[in-house]
Design a protein around this ligand. Sequence first.
Ligand SMILES: [Zn+2]
Length: 258
Amino acid sequence: MKTIIYLIFSLQLLLCDFVFAEKLQMTINASRAVDLTQPLYEGMPYWPGTEPISIERLADYDQGYRMHKFTMWENIGTHVDSPSHFAAGEGKRTIDQLPLDQLIAPMVVINVQKKVKTNADYQLTVEDIKNWETDNGKIKKGALVVMNTGWYLKFSDPHAYINQNDKGELHFPGFSVAVAKLLVERDVAGIGIDTLSLDPGNDLSFPVHNVMLAANKYQIENMNNLDALPATGAVVVIGVLPVRDGSQAQARVFALLK
Ligand SMILES: [Zn+2]
């Protein structure tokens, strides 16, 4: 009897604990996976004015096991911005409230590396989006739209990646407000980039953050390995840490490819 009660109790616990993605819009057929995550390590780039990650060894094998403590801001490394990062009020999702069916999404990858080579302040244009759509079809509702600027290749050189001049100004590419508004119209799940911010470094009023997050979309910053992705056809899986009431959090992000 005790065992049966225990079993029923455990089953109920299990059912309560699972959160299901109710309506995945796709059948996933994949043979390869690509990691889109930057590793976390002391010495990695971080947003100017915040603090670097610190990783402390608390125990080692001579004590029987190894154990570390790491301390980091929620915006370091490959991480997700939730709507609550900028948008206040009811219904604006915190990082733990992002729905699973939006964290598994078809990817749209827009490569602007050529343009960024001659202009570090390059902003993605509506024309870039239209050209992508001419080649690949209209961006679908629920997609993750990623800008491949090639900046991720500089990640191991924080000075080049942050690209801050003597006056304190930052220079790296980003989305434009016009594109953000168009993508809200397309009802995408979110946007992503391989730099420190979705907004170009030289615009600290964060207009793209304001538009996307107010529309309850999420954002991914500091993505890695974007050259491994096709323009269309990949599916992203975003394993973001469900920190209760968090505004942003680190994530293991990877793509599934056919
Ligand atoms: Zn962020």
